[in-house]
Structure formats: C-alpha cells, structure tokens
Design a protein around this ligand. Structure first.
Ligand code: FA5
Length: 344
C-alpha cells in the first residue's frame, strides 16, 4: 500500500500548507500545485492504472475524498483571508467624527461681478438674450455706425484709448448693438454686459469699468416700454422707494435720448461727494434707436422701432453697497472684498 501511504502523507502536508498560507496569491499557487492539471493529486490519480483492481478502487475513492477535503479547506481559507483583508480595510477607513473639520477658505464674488450678474439675471428673466462683443473694437462699430462720424464733436464725449493698428478699446458696449443687428433680424431683445475703457479717473469715473447694454427692436416699441422696463429693473435692485428721474439728454445713436438718475443712497439724497452735492447719481443713458443707426445696419426704420440703454455697473454697485469712491472697487484689498462674502 505504498500509494495509499503517499496519498495520506500528501493530504496531511497539503492541509498543513493551507493552514499556513497568508495571502490570496499564495493560496492560488497552492491550489495549482495540488489540484492543477499537473498537480500532485492528478499525478497520483494517473498512476492508478498500474494498481490491481481492488486497490485501484480503494485508492481512487480515497483520492476523491481528499480532493473534496482539500477543495473545501482552500475555499474556507480563501474566505478567511478575504474577511481579514476587508476587516483591515475597514479599520483603516475609520472616521473620527469628533475631529475638527479641515478649514476651507471660501472666496467671495467681487461686488462688481455679483452686481453685473444680478442685473443680467433681471433682464434675462424679462426675455433678453445675452450677446457678447470684443473689447478691442473697430472705430466703425464703436462710433461711425452709431451715427458718430469722424470729426463729430460727440467723439469727445468718450475719451478713447486708440491702438497702433487703428483699432480702439471700446468706450461703451453700444458697438454690440451694431454687431447684434448685423447678425440678427428683428425682433431683437439682447443685453450685452462687458468691460469698457475711457481716459477717465476720479471718485465716480474709472478708466476701465463695466456696462450693460440693452437693445429691443420690434414693431411698435415705444419710449413708454423703455421707461417701464428700466423702472422695473431699478426697483428690483434698489426697492420700490428709490427716487428715479428721467432727464432729457443727447446721444447721437438715440433720439429722443435720456439719462436716468437715482437718489443717492450714500447720503440719502442730502448731498455728498459721490453725488457731487446734488442728491442724484446718473446710472444709465438710454433712448429710442436713431433711424440713422437702423440705416447703417439695414433695418427698415419705417417698419421697426427700438430702444437702447447702457448702464454703468460700478455706479450701481457703489449705490447698492454705499461705496463712496469707485477706485476702492479696483484696489483688490482683501479686507474690502471679503465683506461681500455671502451677500450673493
Ligand atoms: C454711454 O456709454 C452710452 N453708450 C449709453 C447708451 C446706450 C445711451 C444706449 C443710449 C443708448 P455714457 O457715457 O453716459 O453713455 O455712459 C453710460 C453709463 O456708464 C453712465 O451713466 C455711468 O453710469 C457709466 N460711466 C460712464 N463713464 C464711467 C466711468 N469712467 N467710470 C464708471 N462708470 C462710468
């Protein structure tokens, strides 16, 4: 019974090895070593043919029993290793909820940007689409097509930064009106927020500032529509009690034209350096689109009318947050900027 002894010895050895295995890799190699095609058990089974029939039967039965036991132990060991790996992983992932949280320093939206976004949202809610235009602009779009020909005194109203290539830094967002009307057919309802540049610097004027242009072109657009929409927007930003006045004015691209002032919120209307003692601060220019502008963009001025406006975002931010000098908005002093954290 040489074979029987060696098979029993194999069983003992294998079970001991299974016992000692530490990793899944080791376990897999052991499985191959014993049960694989060239495994030890297979070899014994192959040699059965050389045995006498009664012995062959007994050894065969024994070998199958051992195979089952070994398979069962391998499976149990595999589960035990997996369980212990999972336990180790869970131990490592333990969260101590009593620890203080790590500090995340949250930034704040700049007051000019949050004002610009809030104003844009009011007009978007009324159905205006947002249009964009370049900050480096052609003289033609910034002036000529807006009915401000060369040598027209109105060009001096906006002191301009010219570039060497004959282009300029746009002085207002009105050229986006031209671009929109060249691109689209009426009805047109757009706003164009963006940066503009002028040689200007004092407590209420900055060389770079933001405007939001508005343009509505359709049949039967009237000055009454313009007034209604602007009043709605101002009351939305400043509340229903804010004093508003429309003052007749002049812009070459609108006729009639107006400027809108609101009661100075910095001094409450009594007069201060922001409102230059008048109790009012101008926030926007507006009017009905001049027929010459419609001609320049090939829109039939007999059929269509339109209104346009251009508002100063910094002025509105100053009045909204009672800031007395526009330059503070651009100093980027963190103590100032972070005061607006969470306001919007
Ligand atoms: C214009 O720029 C016209 N394009 C507005 C317009 C559009 C009129 C469409 C009619 C139809 P004005 O130069 O007044 O207009 O500027 C508009 C607003 O920008 C002013 O009311 C003011 O609020 C703001 N603003 C003007 N210059 C400065 C500046 N240097 N710094 C900050 N805000 C300014």
């Amino acid at each position: 019974m040489e074979v029987k002894d060696s098979i029993l010895a194999l069983k003992e050895g294998v079970l001991k090895k299974i016992e000692d295995v530490k990793t899944l890799d080791e376990l897999n190699s052991l499985r191959v070593e014993i049960l694989g095609k060239k495994g030890k058990l297979k070899e014994i089974l192959k040699s059965l043919g050389k045995l006498p029939p009664e012995e062959r039967k007994e050894i065969g039965k024994l070998a199958n029993e051992i195979k089952e036991i070994v398979e069962k132990r391998l499976k149990e060991k595999e589960e035990a290793i997996k369980r212990s790996l999972l336990e180790k992983k869970l131990q490592g992932e333990k969260i101590d909820i009593t620890l203080p949280p790590s500090w995340i320093d949250v930034g704040a939206s700049h007051p000019v940007i949050s004002t610009l976004v809030e104003i844009s949202e009011i007009f978007i809610a009324m159905g205006f689409a947002v249009e964009e235009g370049p900050e480096v602009e052609y003289e033609e779009y910034n002036f000529d097509m807006l009915n401000i020909p060369k040598d027209h005194p109105a060009r001096d109203m906006q002191d301009t930064f010219f570039l060497n290539n004959g282009m300029l830094l746009r002085t207002h967002t009105s050229p986006v009106q031209i671009r929109a009307m060249l691109k689209r057919k009426p009805p047109i309802a757009i706003i164009a927020p963006g940066r503009v540049y002028r040689k200007d610097a004092d407590p209420t004027h900055s060389p770079m500032f933001h405007q939001i242009e508005g343009l509505l072109v359709d049949t039967d657009v009237t000055f009454r529509d313009l007034k209604g929409i602007l009043k709605l927007f101002i009351e939305h930003v400043f509340g229903k009690d804010i004093p508003i006045r429309f003052r007749p004015s002049y812009f070459p691209f609108t006729e009639p034209s107006a400027e809108v002032d609101i009661g100075c919120t910095v001094c409450g209307g009594t007069g201060c350096r922001v409102c230059k003692g008048t109790g009012w601060l101008e926030i926007l220019g507006c009017g009905m689109v001049d027929p010459n502008v419609f001609r320049a963009v090939n829109i039939d001025h007999e059929k269509y009318t339109g209104f346009a406006f251009g508002l100063g975002v910094e002025r509105i931010a100053m009045l909204r947050y009672r800031i007395s000098d526009i330059r503070i908005l651009f100093e980027n002093n963190m103590n100032f900027n972070l005061q607006f954290k969470g306001i919007r």
